[in-house]
Design a protein around this ligand. Structure first.
Ligand code: COA
Length: 327
């Protein structure tokens, strides 16, 4: 499936759900343009955050109609006080004061994360202005991880005309332990299915296939594979596998005979962030895959990040993905 087909499918499925989507960073022209497109295509009911007068003046300057887009001003909102108290109670054991909590809640991405927590929106996309670390912190501290999942991580959909692979983790967790690596694999497999409709086949990647080499780095991958099997016996997973054994049928059969995953993997789990980040960029730059992501996963609710260099289309597509992943 080509990238545009995959994204068209996602957009159509999201439109059927028509969830409430937060695009908090209203001071960014790209965000308001994306809000307009998502509203006009009826993919989502969009809310943006900021001083209403300023947002409307900016929109007029940029020639963007905001018909149908709701604007909430965190500073004037009657929720600010409640949100500050909730955040203070969540973080006071770490030394946070009520003033710090209130100042943090005035920040658009934190206010958005708290709106999600309180059920006022189903999904959120930010990070065209805020850094990845700040978006992640807002999500982790206000929303928290999914039950049974220890870690917030990310994946990229690497789209080729004939197949879409999911690569993880390429953007968030620098050096996962075996339990965390297993959770990255489980989250990615579940999301691969939601977004592509394909059955996931998970390869836990290494520089060794089924004992062809021995090293403590390989041990972690074997352990993580076993944890996935224990936690989710319904998933197709195998490891440790080298990249070629994971995706090339002939090599998979030779190096890992009898494996139900080798040669047909579509979820590729890298052992750490060095490998994952380098791996997805090689596939993108030399392998000419379209990279869609990073899609943040592991939070209780879809609270997504963007690259600061993102285009209006990137925000629209990420918004649709976030809405599709909302319950
Ligand atoms: C996610 C991230 C922002 C956390 O950084 P941090 O705020 O310095 O993290 P800390 O270690 O101080 O942890 C803060 C809290 O978040 C939790 N936390 C940190 N990373 C987490 C994760 N991936 N999943 C779940 N919880 C996490 C910690 O357990 C801690 O919780 P506590 O305060 O309740 O005990 C950081 O790992 C990061 O910046 N990742 C992105 C890496 C990057 O730059 N990627 C770009 C390359 S493409």
């Amino acid at each position: 499936m080509a990238e545009f087909e995959l994204l068209d499918n996602i957009m159509a499925k999201a439109a059927k759900k028509k969830r409430t989507l937060l695009l908090p960073e209203s001071h960014d022209e790209r965000v308001l343009k994306a809000a307009k497109i998502l509203t006009e295509k009826e993919v989502a009911s969009v809310i943006t955050l900021g001083n209403e007068e300023k947002v409307r003046a900016d929109a007029a300057n940029w020639g963007v109609s905001l018909n149908g887009v709701r604007i909430i001003d965190p500073e004037k909102s009657d929720k600010l006080s409640d949100f500050s108290n909730i955040f203070y109670n969540l973080r006071k054991h770490k030394g946070m004061t009520i003033e710090e909590a209130r100042n943090t809640m005035k920040r658009d991405i934190f206010f958005a994360a708290m709106m999600m927590r309180e059920g006022m929106a189903a999904a959120s996309v930010s990070g065209s202005f805020a850094s990845t670390a700040d978006v992640m912190r807002a999500g982790i501290l206000c929303i928290g991880t999914k039950p049974g999942i220890s870690i917030v991580s990310s994946f990229f959909m690497m789209v080729y005309p004939e197949i879409t692979y999911s690569f993880a983790d390429c953007a968030v967790v620098p050096d996962p332990d075996a339990t965390q690596l297993a959770d990255i694999a489980i989250s990615t497999a579940d999301n691969h299915k939601i977004l592509t409709g394909e059955e996931p086949y998970i390869a836990m990647l290494s520089f060794s296939t089924k004992g062809s080499a021995e090293h403590k780095l390989i041990e972690k991958v074997i352990q993580a594979t076993n944890i996935v099997r224990e936690k989710r016996p319904d998933l197709n997973v195998d490891g440790e596998l080298q990249f070629d054994a994971a995706i090339v049928d002939g090599i998979g059969k030779k190096k890992a005979p009898g494996s139900t995953v080798a040669g047909r993997a579509n979820v590729l789990v890298f052992p750490d962030l060095n490998a994952g980040n380098i791996g997805y960029k090689i596939a993108q730059r030399l392998g000419k895959a379209e990279a869609v992501g990073p899609v943040i996963q592991g939070l209780k609710l879809p609270f997504f990040d963007l690259s600061r260099g993102c285009s209006v289309d990137d925000i629209v597509n990420t918004g649709a993905i976030a809405c599709l992943m909302a319950e």
